[in-house]
Design a protein around this ligand. Structure first.
Ligand SMILES: [Zn+2]
Length: 77
């Protein structure tokens, strides 16, 4: 299981970035919200989307899901 956090500060495009706890780009403690502990990224993203509707997975730590999530973004827009 991996702990996931979402950045409280939106990216320039308005999306909130989802990180795994070991990510070197994870925001400091006061700038992140704990999403939960999940065994797969998809579940973490679904939970994060209940906090912020517009969630973008970090390309550095959520590397397996990054490509698929971007395809999903393109589909719903
Ligand atoms: Zn990250």
């Amino acid at each position: 299981m991996t702990h996931y956090f979402v950045d409280k500060t939106p990216l320039p495009g308005g999306a909130y970035e989802l990180h795994q706890e070991q990510c070197q780009y994870i925001p400091s403690r006061s700038h992140r919200i704990y999403v939960g502990s999940f065994s797969d990224e998809r579940a973490a993203i679904m939970r994060a989307e209940k906090i912020f509707h517009n969630v973008h997975v970090c390309p550095h730590c959520c590397i397996h899901f990054h490509r698929a999530a971007r395809a999903h973004d393109a589909m719903i827009r």
